[in-house]
Design a protein around this ligand. Structure first.
Ligand SMILES: NC(=O)c1ccc[n+]([C@@H]2O[C@H](COP(=O)([O-])OP(=O)(O)OC[C@H]3O[C@@H](n4cnc5c(N)ncnc54)[C@H](OP(=O)(O)O)[C@@H]3O)[C@@H](O)[C@H]2O)c1
Length: 316
């Protein structure tokens, strides 16, 4: 079967570590099932893997990909929850493509318990955008950020998959949403999603109750300054650098909560899909590639000139 794999690690030129070609069919342990992948999506996680971050050399070659929707041998249309219990990992879990082969293949083996029925109202492509970036944004907003008691949200770096998901979800939940981007074109798209576009570092008209941070060092000081008393600053990533300075006086004086966040739980993915169907929200998809153009899809993601998800259609 065809698959996209990391066959090396290249910190500076990650695409050089990508190999697309035929690999053996997946091994399917007891309690697992082989899912025929119909659609998948890329995440920054896949680029980190190609750089060797979280994927040491002794696990190579490794099929990449966390996100997919597809069909079981029984013909059921499913979405794959990518977090697998894993005693070998200090976190007690791993994401598909970290220790078990990932979703960027024609077939992927997953525990049956990780399958969620795909709602009829969502296409395979839409559903394949949800399990990592959208679930992460949902968990950050709803569970960590307690969005039900918030009125305003700031999303930093609103071009990425997590950030566009956070903007769309927070707008749909009726919050006032501010979102930063360095790029005027992306700020225009942010506005079209219903958020107030903001230049990086600019003063907001009000302080916000939740900050969604996935950029890291370049935006973190701004995130702290924009936080209202008692606000939650929820951090899931650090694309722009992971070493930031925290003004502890502001942290305690404003009673801020600084919260780390990783993915979300399986029932949250089901709740997220129900929310999308109920509110008629669809994932923001930047571009869709056929699987034969997966290397182009990676190059596009790496360029940073992306607004939303980069998706893969396995039927083309
Ligand atoms: N913890 C988890 O469970 C989890 C889950 C998913 C993702 N993540 C992490 O979250 C991060 C976001 O991932 P993503 O795929 O959604 O998006 P991404 O492709 O990493 O980009 C996010 C945004 O960061 C901004 N950015 C990048 N470099 C910057 C810099 N030097 N200065 C200022 N802004 C910069 C860009 O915004 P503009 O160009 O618009 O300014 C970009 O749109 C990644 O680090 C990823 O690994 C974590």
């Amino acid at each position: 079967m065809r698959a996209a794999s990391a066959t090396a690690a290249d910190a500076d030129r990650p695409l050089r570590a990508l190999t697309v070609g035929d690999v053996a069919e997946p091994v399917v342990p007891d309690g697992w099932v082989s899912v025929e992948v119909r659609a998948a999506s890329l995440n920054h996680h896949d680029l980190w893997s190609l750089r060797g971050v979280g994927l040491p050399g002794d696990r190579l070659p490794m099929i990449l990909g966390c996100d997919a929707a597809g069909i079981t041998p029984e013909g059921d249309e499913v979405v794959i929850y990518p977090v697998v219990p894993d005693e070998r990992d200090p976190r007690g879990l791993s994401l598909l493509s970290e220790r078990y082969p990932g979703t960027l293949a024609e077939r992927v083996a997953v525990p049956r318990d990780n399958l969620i029925p795909k709602p009829a109202g969502l296409s395979f492509l839409d559903a394949a955008c949800l399990p990592t970036a959208w679930l992460t944004a949902y968990h950050m907003l709803v569970t960590r950020g307690r969005v039900d008691v918030a009125s305003s949200v700031l999303v930093q770096g609103a071009g990425g998959g997590v950030a566009t998901a956070a903007v769309a979800l927070a707008v749909a939940l009726g919050k006032t949403v501010y979102a930063t981007s360095r790029d005027q074109g992306k700020r225009d798209k942010i506005e079209a999603l219903g958020a107030v576009p903001v230049r990086p570092g600019a003063r907001l008209p009000e302080r916000v109750d939740i900050v969604i941070e996935s950029v890291g060092a370049p935006t973190f000081e701004h995130s702290m300054k924009c936080a209202a008393p008692g606000a939650r600053i929820v951090v899931c990533g650090a694309t722009g650098g992971h070493l930031a300075t925290v003004d502890l006086r502001r942290l305690f004086a404003m009673r801020l909560e600084l919260l780390g966040s990783v993915m979300g739980m399986l029932p949250e993915l089901a709740d997220l899909m129900d929310l999308l169907v109920a509110k008629d929200i669809r994932p923001v998809i930047d571009s869709t590639y056929g699987f034969s153009a997966v290397a182009d899809a990676f190059a596009h993601l790496e360029s940073g000139d992306v607004f939303g998800k980069v998706a893969l259609d396995f039927l083309h």
